[in-house]
Design a protein. Structure first.
Ligand code: PGA
Length: 260
């Protein structure tokens, strides 16, 4: 296993998905986030919120530097006739530092594949965004013993053409699809095995030193109750959080546990 670099900041990412439907809801949500952040120091971890793109600018204005922002997806082209798509340049200009790429819901409902995910990874890096690359197996793949095979394929393809110097900008989220939106999580050993595997695959093309600088986090049903098993005992560098990010109190509680 690649030796841990202890100085690396952990990262807690809230994926708000297609929620927060109005300005009023947004104000309530942001008010609650500010209240939870007030007076509490989180020094060892970075907090990132990924709202629907329409809210990015307002999130930035209200939260300032306390929270980093990210998009939930971007297109691989920067500009032009691509109805409905969001450019990585737009994300950057409207306050994002991060962008989630290849979330299982994008793979499922919008037919994203390893190749388009790779194009999006390269486009986001080119435009100064840090991609949060999601990988993970379905329930069927898990049951037929294909987990390792699936992760290997997804990682290899997502990282094709990535320059070694960019590795420290990337976050990989191991998100078993059967765990997302459920209440089941893998054992801490299984999560640790996924991390070791990801590092091993990357070691074919990248130096140990580079790999140590890249954060590998866990996503799927992370809550105050599960974070110990999912992110701490498993040695992950943070969490990607869906449902619980809609409840600022719970989200910040999880952040403080990871912060240590
Ligand atoms: P969940 O979602 O925390 O609601 O399981 C995680 C995700 O989709 O990133």
């Amino acid at each position: 296993m690649v030796k841990e670099k202890t100085s690396m900041k952990k990262i807690i990412i809230g994926n708000l998905k297609m929620n927060i439907l109005s300005q009023a809801e947004r104000e309530t949500y942001l008010g609650a986030v500010k209240k939870e952040l007030a007076g509490k120091k989180i020094n060892n971890a970075e907090i990132v919120l990924c709202p629907p793109a329409i809210h990015l600018e307002s999130f930035g204005k209200v939260l300032g530097k306390k929270v980093a922002l990210g998009g939930q997806n971007c297109f691989w082209e920067e500009k032009g006739s691509y109805t409905g798509e969001i450019s990585p340049v737009m994300l950057k200009n409207f306050g994002s530092e991060y962008v989630i790429i290849g979330h299982s819901e994008r793979r499922k409902y919008f037919f994203e594949n390893d190749q388009s995910i790779n194009q999006k990874v390269l486009a986001s890096l080119k435009n100064g965004l840090s991609p949060i690359i999601c990988v993970g197996e379905t329930k069927e793949e898990r049951q037929s013993g294909e987990t390792m095979h699936v992760i290997t394929r997804q990682i290899k393809e997502a990282f094709a053409g990535v320059a070694p110097g960019k590795l420290e900008k990337i976050v990989v989220a191991y998100e078993p699809i059967w765990s997302v939106g459920s209440d089941s999580i893998p054992t801490s050993n299984e999560i640790m095995e996924a991390k070791v595997l990801i590092q091993k695959i990357l070691s074919r093309n990248f130096s140990q030193n580079m790999i140590q600088k890249m954060r590998i986090i866990y996503g799927g049903s992370v809550s105050v109750k599960t974070v110990g098993q999912a992110c701490i005992e498993s040695g992950m560098e943070g969490a990607l959080i869906g449902r619980e990010s809609l409840a600022p109190r719970e989200f910040l509680k999880i952040a403080r546990i990871i912060n240590g």
